[in-house]
Design a protein around this ligand. Structure first.
Ligand SMILES: Cc1cc2nc3c(=O)[nH]c(=O)nc-3n(C[C@H](O)[C@H](O)[C@H](O)COP(=O)(O)OP(=O)(O)OC[C@H]3O[C@@H](n4cnc5c(N)ncnc54)[C@H](O)[C@@H]3O)c2cc1C
Length: 433
């Protein structure tokens, strides 16, 4: 296992870093000013995107990018440090056409869309001329278990009618959001389709719904811990929305598997962006403790602060190593899919815990200022809190890891006898075979 960056990876990371420092970071105050004034996306974003695309700093997240598709193809291992860099500013990924949820949606379309769907939706997404959202969670059911989802597809003529309510749909308030990728429960099948089977994992399908379809209404943008994201985490109602057969993505009844497939590399990106935010939080905290004094000492001289800094460095490096290991496994075509699933579940929990811990201490170090909007910490903290839920709550990921561990234990059952030294075992030791 080798995560050392190739020459090519070093080249693209250096290029992304130079672009970030020269063109993106200096615009950060202007970005916030524009959004506070209600102008979103800020007018300069389009120019930055065009410049980044000219430089080849485009669609870097997509290892399956095909010749002729715009951008630069990087492996997951090579893209990971760039995702870490982009994580330092919540809006930087969009400049490079690498922002969630579009990244996962592009992966999904790459894998499952037919040629006509690719032309209509994938091409403009790869070109960065539109945005998209992935609509799965529903207010009325526990959405951490996707087999619960109720939004329905009922046959009508040659197609279906879609009815239901989704919420926390990230990106749906972006003015360029044109596509909703909606996970629905199969009703009775449409003509020519098999009926809903008994298997709970085959009862959902995915449809591609343009945002301007009659019957689709964006009810509200839901604030997250009082932070209203301009791109939105939205509640959306679908009322008697007509869906044609050509809008079905992939196979009928395979929505569950597609939703799982979508979350692989996307989780690695989320985790690396988190690590970028935590690195920045640690940098800011270290600079602060060197200049701020209380009770006649710099804050850096208090032993609890020293421990927080050391713990943050250790936790960050451990998390990065683990995420890089998963990125590496994703790059290996022959890696075990079950192991990949467990790994991805594990790093999602690692990253959420890291962000809550590191950013919380950085906020404490900053005193009251840490809770204000004057530093990025309060935003990072609320994002860290959301990480414990979005793309599935920690408990569900822990369950995946536990299942894998217990499966291994079942397979080795009875093999650990030699480690026990109870009086009974010493009298009658297990037989050596
Ligand atoms: C900022 C943000 C952005 C989001 N973006 C999107 C998006 O773009 N698209 C989308 O579809 N959804 C999105 N979501 C929704 C998110 O995916 C769901 O909130 C998540 O899957 C949990 O579903 P739920 O809220 O219905 O919680 P529930 O399913 O009701 O679960 C509530 C709690 O029950 C417990 N629990 C559940 N299952 C288990 C278990 N097996 N073992 C132990 N405890 C358990 C957990 O503590 C869990 O937190 C977003 C959420 C947030 C906060």
């Amino acid at each position: 296992m080798d995560f050392s960056p190739s020459e090519r990876a070093q080249h693209w990371l250096a290029k992304a870093d130079a672009f970030f420092q020269r063109y993106v970071l200096p615009y950060n105050p202007a970005w916030h000013h524009s959004v506070t004034q209600g102008v979103y996306p800020p007018p300069f974003l389009q120019d930055l995107k065009a410049l980044a695309q000219e430089e080849g700093l485009w669609n870097l997240f997509l290892p399956s990018l095909l010749p002729g598709e715009p951008g630069t193809r990087l492996s997951n291992v090579d893209y990971a440090p760039i995702a870490e860099l982009l994580g330092r500013l919540p809006w930087a990924s969009e400049v490079f056409n690498c922002s969630a949820p579009d990244t996962g949606n592009m992966e999904l379309l790459h894998l499952f869309a037919n040629p006509a769907q690719k032309q209509r939706w994938l091409e403009p997404l790869l070109a960065g001329t539109m945005r998209s959202a992935f609509a799965m969670s529903e207010p009325d059911v526990a959405s951490s278990d996707p087999t619960n989802l109720q939004t329905s597809l009922t046959p009508q003529g040659e197609g279906w009618v879609l009815n239901g309510r989704k919420w926390f749909i990230t990106g749906a308030a972006h003015p360029n959001c044109r596509l909703l990728i909606v996970v629905c429960r199969n009703g009775a099948a449409a003509p020519g389709q098999a009926d809903s089977p008994d298997d709970t994992h085959l009862q959902h399908s995915v449809v591609l719904v343009p945002t301007d379809t009659p019957g689709v209404s964006l009810v509200r943008n839901i604030a997250m811990l009082n932070h209203l994201a301009p791109e939105g985490h939205c509640e959306i109602v679908f009322k008697n929305v007509h869906v044609g057969k050509e809008q079905l993505l992939g196979l009928w009844g395979h929505g569950f598997a597609m939703a799982q497939a979508r979350l692989g590399p996307g989780r690695v990106h989320h985790c690396m962006r988190t690590i970028g935010q935590c690195e920045l939080a640690l940098e800011l905290a270290c600079e602060r403790v060197l200049e701020r004094q209380a009770f006649g000492k710099h804050l850096a001289d208090f032993s609890n602060v020293q421990d927080w800094i050391a713990d943050a460095r250790i936790d960050l490096d451990l998390a990065r190593l683990r995420v890089m290991q998963v990125a590496w496994r994703l790059d290996q075509a022959d890696s075990d899919s079950q192991q990949r699933k467990t790994d991805i579940a594990a790093i999602k929990v690692v990253a959420a815990r890291l962000q809550s811990r590191v950013v919380d201490r950085a906020m404490q170090i900053f005193g009251a200022m840490g809770l204000s909007p004057d530093t990025p910490l309060a935003y990072f903290w609320s994002w860290g809190r959301a990480m414990h839920l979005m793309d599935g709550p920690d408990e569900v990921h822990l369950r995946t890891v536990t299942r894998s561990e217990l499966k291994k234990a079942r397979a080795r059952s009875g093999q650990s006898g030699h480690y026990f030294t109870t009086p009974e075992q010493m009298r009658a030791p297990p037989r050596i075979t």
